[in-house]
Design a protein around this ligand. Sequence first.
Ligand code: NAD
Ligand code: UGA
Length: 453
Amino acid sequence: MKICCIGAGYVGGPTMAMIAHKSDKHIVTVVDINQARIDAWNSDTLPIFEPGLDEIVKQARGKNLFFSTEVDTAIREADIIFISVNTPTKTYGMGVGRAADLTFIEKCARQIAAVAEDDKIVVEKSTLPVRTAASIKRILEANSNGRNFQILSNPEFLAEGTAVSDLENPDRVLIGGDQTPAGLEAIQTLVDVYAEWVPREKILTTNLWSSELSKLTANAFLAQRISSINAISALCEATGANVDEVAHAVGTDSRIGPKFLKSSVGFGGSCFQKDILNLVYLCEHFGLPEVAKYWNGVIEMNDYQKRRFGSRVISSMFNTVAGKKIAVLGFAFKKDTNDTRESAAIYVCKDLLGENAELTIYDPEVSESQIRYDLDLSAEDTSVTVCDDAYTATKDAHAILILTEWDEFKALDFQRIHDGMELPAFLFDGRNLLDLEALRKIGFEATGIGQGE
Ligand code: NAD
Ligand code: UGA
């Protein structure tokens, strides 16, 4: 089978690397219009940091896994074409700030229609509004010239930081397609690709719309759990309850379960907010304002949580952070990734910079240029210093903010850090990562999320 994937991003790269790694029967070509990204995929320094990814890419690259900017050639030669391009929230026009921007998807569909010379299976890998397959089908069929295009939906459920293990042992693979003989045949072709390593009972097949909607729903449910526990974290702070204890007690109910109940400074990442906004927009579009309002609450609670954290920092530090040095440990939206898209750290840092704080930021994987870009700062701006390690970042600081749960922060010598700080030394643990009791014994004024007095 010749497989092409349009879009060499966080999803296209790792997913295709896994397919190639698991079966040398398939020749997999990942294409992108971004030359620098393709060059990085072909180099020793991959464009994304993901534990375990280097090994599987290096094992397959050049044998049955290729990265290229030759989009037309790859489309022409492929039997199966995955579309894994970005689907950001619209920044203009109708549905601005909520609907998904499908420009990149439509462009891919038109390019496939223009270039393909024979029958193709076209797979939606990107996360899309329900019924997008109908639009893709119309574009392809309007230009079919006798060629047969089958559209499948195969949303991706990997999480960043654990992409390789998620791909290797997925909870499920979801494939939706037309329930016609040709549609069912296309579904079976894709099932066979995954069945090389995924147990057959974990490969779910549905109609197109169920598959598209299941992806948005899964992300909405996951984000909803975080907003639910974050809402309770505010009540914990007001009442003296401890949110970790509450989450544990609640999560041991087998009907609720323990995962995704970790309160935090707010969820980030490129997808939760975008996909829920998309769901909200779809509900409004289909005349369901009550349903739209219900899901929008998940976003509102997350915005509240991010603002609430910054406000707590300022009020604890005698209501002013102007001219104070605040060390930020962690900038990525979660540990084990260099991705900063929608990271809560961006919002917290911007709020503090708005109060004229001076920030020293350290993240093990995020580059200085990325941090400056995310904070809209020029290279000359001195309000932010990006450091190479946590000790430099915290030297002479008035406060420390833990904004990403990197494991290495747990192993820091906090006595040494405390000795180098201005007193009183504040520590705000936005991830409830550290032992606050032990930090208080050293002399820190340490608080976490939802940790009542
Ligand atoms: P990304 O921005 O990292 O990658 C998308 C790539 O597509 C970019 O490199 C871009 O240059 C390329 N591209 C855009 N238009 C193109 C075109 N016409 N031709 C060739 N290349 C083109 O995005 P991502 O994080 O990989 O996400 C892709 C999709 O997968 C989104 O819909 C997202 O919601 C979904 N998703 C993402 C994750 C995740 O963890 N990031 C997980 C599950 C699903
Ligand atoms: C999420 C989903 O988990 C994936 O299944 C999905 O494929 C992906 O979105 C997507 O569609 O893009 P991801 O955003 O990579 O994956 O990472 P998560 O582990 O879900 O974390 C998202 C955010 O929630 C992070 O900021 C994380 O720190 C936060 N989080 C997570 C919490 O605050 N508490 C938790 O208990 C779990």
